[in-house]
Write a protein that binds this ligand. Sequence first.
Ligand code: AMP
Length: 579
Amino acid sequence: MHHTSLIVMLVGGICLAFVFGMLANRLRLSPLIGYLVAGIVVGPFTPGLVADSGIAQQLSEIGVILLMFGVGLHFSIGDLWSVRKIAIPGAIFQILIATVLGMLLSWMLGWEWGSGLIFGICLSVASTVVLLRALEERRLLETQRGRIAIGWLIVEDLVTVLVLVMLPPLAGLLGGTIEAGGSDSIGDVLKALFWTLGKVSMFIVLMLVVGARVIPWMLERTAAVGSRELFTLAVLAIALGVAFISTAIFDVSFALGAFLAGVMLNGSRLSHEAANDSMPMRDAFAVLFFVAVGMLFDPHVLIEQPLAIAAAFLIIIIGKSIGAWMIVRLFGYPNETALTIAVALAQIGEFSFILAGVGVSIGVLSEEARNLILASAMLSMVANPMLFAALDRWIAGREPQIRASAEAQMKETVDDSLPDRALIPESNHIILVGYGRVGSRVARSLHEHDMPMVLIDTDRDHCIDARKLGIPCIFGNAVSADVVNDANIKQARAMLIAISQALEAGPIIRQARELNPGLAILARAHSDEEVAYLHQAGADATIMGESEIARSMCDSVESLVRLSHRLEVTNRPPDPAAA
Ligand code: AMP
């Protein structure tokens, strides 16, 4: 079969990505590897179906826009600020090391220095997707180690955005072909650079002055309309629209435009909702981005350049790690902190692919270099969970020592995933999952009645709010056995599940039942199907919002009718006949 249309690309890309993603998951690999493999399968370098790479690239651009929008939405100067002393020098030092090592390798391979420079930078920036997932799985997000790793990543994000902006005007100098008129005269390059920086600054100023007001305002107004659909549309219109304007008018990359659009929404009250609403689209297009990247991969490189791939892989997992480990140790942090950060960042992914794409498009990076980056990225994603598993084993073996050193470090530690241990009841208590619209009301009521309880919520701010009221809250996901064990589930009396996603409540219930068969479990549902599902999972009782509303309405109607009847009686005009 030959070149295919948009629909075939979309359907084929998504279906194959799903199949290979599931397969990767089965093999305990990152699903990203599955998506890349799906791309290789439909790519031009393997026999069989060949998807249209032009269409794939355009779809993947949408993926890049939504990915960068998401990065902007979650971008937090506050997160960076709290760990700036270590994260900023650490990330810069690590980027320098990886870039120099990458350049050294490219020099050995006989490439131009410009190509080597981009190659090196590509090896230096870690993948947010891979890192967040790894930290989340290990409940490290809110620990000191996790925060440093995230701050570090924010610096890398910023460097990536900067490099993306600077690459086109520097193309001539780096030995590229387009932009700057393909010129490599310093004068022309400087002119192009100033011109680009001027446009970028204008764009940023416009975003800060106009965007920062208009974008949140627009979203607030849309939210006030009360239509979920229009709200989602507004979020997408903002992300795609700003990215498009940034390119069409200011000649700034899609990535920067989308990133800034996200940043503009970042502080807004609705940023959470915006992130949730754009997530399914983002995920779908991000998958297509990985498929498109996979399509560009020529597997022959595995046979032709095994040593170069091995060297690039070693730079990612050893060169970068040693750099990170050294600097974290130098700052006086314990060994496990240094090792966690080193392992967390010992991988590359989407940012490297985006950078490599720009490098190729401006004629600086060769296809060969991009193939090396793709191959080593995939290897690093395969290796990363294994490295983490080895680290977990190492840490488990040293648990007592680590605990001692953690206690010594207590003052500096910002691990606030657990409330004061003494506040968590030991037995006969209620575990309440979720401190949202329903859970917070339940929690306040139980607390007022002095019922022994502990909360679990995945939202840090919600946990902090609860703790302010004196309610102990564990920050974490109730699906995790560690989290519910922290809540002393084995001795608990009841579990109330007040989260809105029944599908997520299912596994929570099954696990809770397993850990404590006598536990009374009450869950929240939205439909009859959910009620059946939750009972099947092991819930003793369920409360369905709609039927409760209906019941309350009936109760209210009765009293309302009684009231109006009374009013009617008292207000009735005197009966002339009776007079
Ligand atoms: P709402 O949708 O407003 O009722 O809020 C649900 C609350 O449950 C939010 O605060 C979420 O952060 C929280 N939540 C959702 N899923 C989980 C989970 N698996 N474990 C703990 N908390 C959760």
